[in-house]
Design a protein around this ligand. Sequence first.
Ligand code: K1U
Ligand code: ZN
Length: 170
Amino acid sequence: MALLPILHYPDPRLHTVAQPVAQVDDTIRTMVQRMLATMYDAKGIGLAATQVDFHQRLVVIDVSEERDQPLVLINPEVEWASDIKRKGEEGCLSVPGIYDGVERSLAVKVRALDEHGQSRLIEAEGLLAVCIQHEMDHLNGKVFVQYLSQLKRDRIKAKLLKAERDARRH
Ligand code: K1U
Ligand code: ZN
């Protein structure tokens, strides 16, 4: 399965708001398979379509130890989010090498279509809840570093732009 290139912050395309998927068809199912392959190859626990420059509301997740429990969320909507929040360490395949604390709801209930177009209610807590919120932010054009201070963001931006320049030179 062909892997997809992942956009890196501060690429402006990461701030695109994704459009709803109109129909869950073979084009979307092929995209799901390519996104899962890309996520597993990059050793991530989630990937939003925005990160691979596909601006439709589609997310793949697998938080299992064995990496054998893929979850596909199409047009996800939060039905409920706990008022209780907790700050936890996050990473992002679009912000390589950077980890920082973000406050998120401890638990969420999310309604989404699966890859067969079936409506599902996902009740999540812990890492799955965090990952769902992180990936839904991507669909709304938001990258986790936007929760950090301007100073931290500027440093991250400079570091990643330098890494990108160095990679092009070598
Ligand atoms: O959206 C992404 O880029 C995927 C991202 C998801 C995520 C990880 C951690 C917290 C929230 C969302 C990653 O998979 S980053 C790499 C990773 O595997 C990881 C990093 C920190 C903790 C657990 C996993
Ligand atoms: Zn991310």
